[in-house]
Design a protein around this ligand. Structure first.
Ligand code: SAH
Length: 298
């Protein structure tokens, strides 16, 4: 992986402000990535604070360590899935949290590393695993799943209107030989779409790639589990911040927050999601669709 690839954190000022950080707080960063948010959190909580960072991508974690280092004692990084955050916190010796952050999705670091297979724009193996210890790759889904399973994935995780047409083309193509690369899949999807859809600013296979990534990494289930597991660790008045990048993620966050508010567990702080201003979007196109939601533990 290319360590020169920058990852610009999204909605950083807003996230820091909604976490209402103070010196000495204990914070969990469930998706530490390149440590963009972590670095800012550390500044606010100071030497007396504690930050636990989790990422399920070993390469990302290595790069984060190189970028910020593990400050003696008060910053600990774990290669783990946030669905197991209870175990991570136990290992870190942290019993209570003053705040937690989920910054969902992939980092630019992963997206721009061709060999990881996340990008629709660069040729690479159809992999998409954030955690290379997991057995299921995107190519397994594309080459082995039934027609109905594929349609379901493209619709459910990609809101892909042409899921049926695309799946038919995939099935035809894989009868001739294995679909092994991002380029092959991108080409098949492109050809499955009506002609006029092929000339958009966003690549026509973007939604299919996103849907596959969510399926490969079990992203929706992980988030649901992670969210339910973090709740018991949050102190009264502790803040929870979640940043999402597309409507499918944001819907899940919004509904989960509503349910937790209905149960009297959280108070929603952001009635509407917080979105980046024009300046941030200009400096970081990835921020375009970002939405931050914050809630406070009751
Ligand atoms: N906030 C980070 C960027 C996070 S990008 C920064 O400022 O640099 C999202 C990260 O979450 C990716 O590195 C990805 O590997 C990680 N991730 C996604 N799902 C995860 C999960 N279930 N458990 C742990 N890490 C996860």
């Amino acid at each position: 992986m290319n360590a020169e690839i920058p990852h610009i954190p999204v909605l950083t000022k807003e996230t820091i402000s909604y976490l209402t950080l103070k010196k000495g707080m204990a914070i969990l960063d469930c998706t530490v990535g390149m440590g963009g948010h972590a670095k800012e959190i550390l500044k606010e909580i100071g030497d007396t604070g504690r930050l636990v960072g989790i990422d399920m991508d070993e390469e990302v974690l290595r790069a984060a360590k190189a970028a910020i280092g593990e400050a003696a004692g008060n910053f600990k990084l774990f290669h783990s899935n946030y669905k197991d955050l209870n175990l991570v916190l136990k290992a870190a010796g942290v019993e209570e949290l003053d705040g937690a952050l989920f910054d969902l999705g992939v980092s630019s670091f992963q997206l721009l590393s061709a060999e990881r297979g996340f990008s629709v724009k660069t040729e690479g193996p159809l992999d998409m695993r954030m955690n290379k210890q997991e057995p299921l790759k995107a190519s397994d889904i594309i080459n082995r799943y039934s027609k109905y399973e594929l349609i379901d994935i493209f619709k459910k995780y990609g809101d892909e209107y042409f899921a049926g047409r695309i799946t038919e083309k995939i099935i035809k193509a894989r009868e001739k030989g294995k679909i092994a690369t991002t380029g092959q899949l991108a080409g098949i999807v492109e050809n499955a779409l009506p002609y006029k859809y092929r000339f958009r600013r966003i690549h026509p296979a973007t939604k299919v790639f996103m849907a596959l990534r969510i399926a490969v990494n079990n992203e929706m289930e992980n988030f649901e589990t992670g969210l339910s597991k973090v709740v018991p660790f949050l102190k009264k008045r502790a803040r929870l911040c979640v940043i999402s990048f597309h409507s499918i993620e944001d819907r899940a966050v919004k509904n989960a927050f509503k349910e937790l508010e209905r149960l009297g567990i959280f108070k929603i702080i952001t009635k509407k999601p917080v979105q980046p201003g024009e300046e941030e979007i200009m400096n970081n196109p990835r921020a375009r669709s970002a939405k931050l939601r914050a809630a406070e533990r009751m």
